[in-house]
Design a binder for this molecule. Structure first.
Ligand code: HEC
Length: 270
């Protein structure tokens, strides 16, 4: 009996030492407990070595004893283990969730702020565009009243109903496709890459303008290679617009018949 206490005492000391080391290394508490228990189990093993040898058994009796021993051992293991802290997937998930939630909130807030800033910037751009369009519309109305051409339908501004819609779509396409990057119209845009188009309606029919936009190489502005860089009008517009939009743009452009502007005469190549 004394022997058993001695071995258990050694188990306690070793276990305590392990716990102290584990603790200093910031090992989780459940593992510290596990180390302690394992060292106690070790001590008990040594105590068991000192136990009296059993009498040799045989037959049914030996089978029974071995079975009972295993059942006992397994019960102790399972019962003992169930007292230890258990791994609960839901608990762990909840912990991870809490950690992540904080980060998510921060990044979501960052995103919202960014979106708001972007929306504000866009809003300002729209306002600026609106102002510009108002300015342009006024200017054109003045231009048409100043230089009316007999028997021709009035230019884009203010046309009502269905034709007004098509004019609106046409003008939208002019802005969307950024034709103004190369062409001056109503005194705006240009950078001198392509001809001013204010008189294009006098020189080309709507169909011909459509053809020019869809296939820029099909006709060339007269003398364009002296004044402008050769063949730089992009070939992409027929892919960027559907036929309706192309027609609208051509119709809108066809309404520009300001003979005061020197739009070069287009010459058919195909
Ligand atoms: C990268 C510059 C560039 C862009 C963008 C561009 N064009 Fe042109 N465009 C030209 C040049 C250069 C010419 C003159 C040479 C030629 O006829 O190809 C021209 C000619 C034209 C002509 C014939 C003008 C004339 O007097 O012969 C029309 C009409 C025209 N462009 C319409 C458009 C429309 C509509 C768009 C937008 C969908 C557009 N262009 C976009 C460069 C451009």
């Amino acid at each position: 009996m004394w022997n058993l206490f001695k071995k258990l005492a050694v188990g306690f000391v070793i276990g305590g030492g392990l716990v102290a080391i584990a603790n200093s290394q910031e090992v989780p508490f459940s593992f510290q407990l596990l180390f302690f228990i394992v060292s106690l189990i070790g001590a008990m093993m040594f105590a068991l070595l000192d136990a009296q040898t059993l009498n040799t058994m045989s037959g049914g009796k030996s089978f029974l004893v071995v079975t009972v021993f295993w059942v006992f051992l397994i019960t102790v293991c399972v019962a003992g283990a169930s007292f230890l802290p258990q791994f609960e997937p839901d608990d762990e998930k909840a912990k991870i969730g809490k950690l992540l939630e904080k980060e998510r909130k921060q990044s979501a807030q960052g995103k919202t702020e960014e979106l708001i800033a972007r929306a504000k910037a866009l809003d300002q751009q729209v306002k600026a565009l609106e102002d510009r369009l108002k300015g342009i519309g006024g200017g054109q109305a003045v231009a048409t009243t100043q230089a009316p051409t007999a028997g021709e339908k009035p230019a884009a501004a203010g046309g009502g109903g269905a034709s007004g819609d098509i004019m609106k779509v046409g003008e939208e396409q002019w802005q969307l496709q950024e034709c103004y990057n190369c062409h001056k119209l109503r005194g705006e845009g240009g950078k001198k890459r392509g001809p001013e188009l204010d008189n294009i309606g006098t020189l080309l029919t709507v169909e011909e303008i459509q053809q020019k936009i869809a296939d820029p190489k099909s006709m060339m502005a007269e003398g364009y290679d002296k004044e402008f860089q050769k063949g730089i009008m992009p070939d992409k517009f027929k892919d960027l617009m559907d036929p309706k939009e192309l027609l609208a743009l051509a119709t809108w452009l066809g309404s520009f018949k300001n003979t005061a502007v020197n739009t070069p005469k287009p010459i058919k190549k195909k």
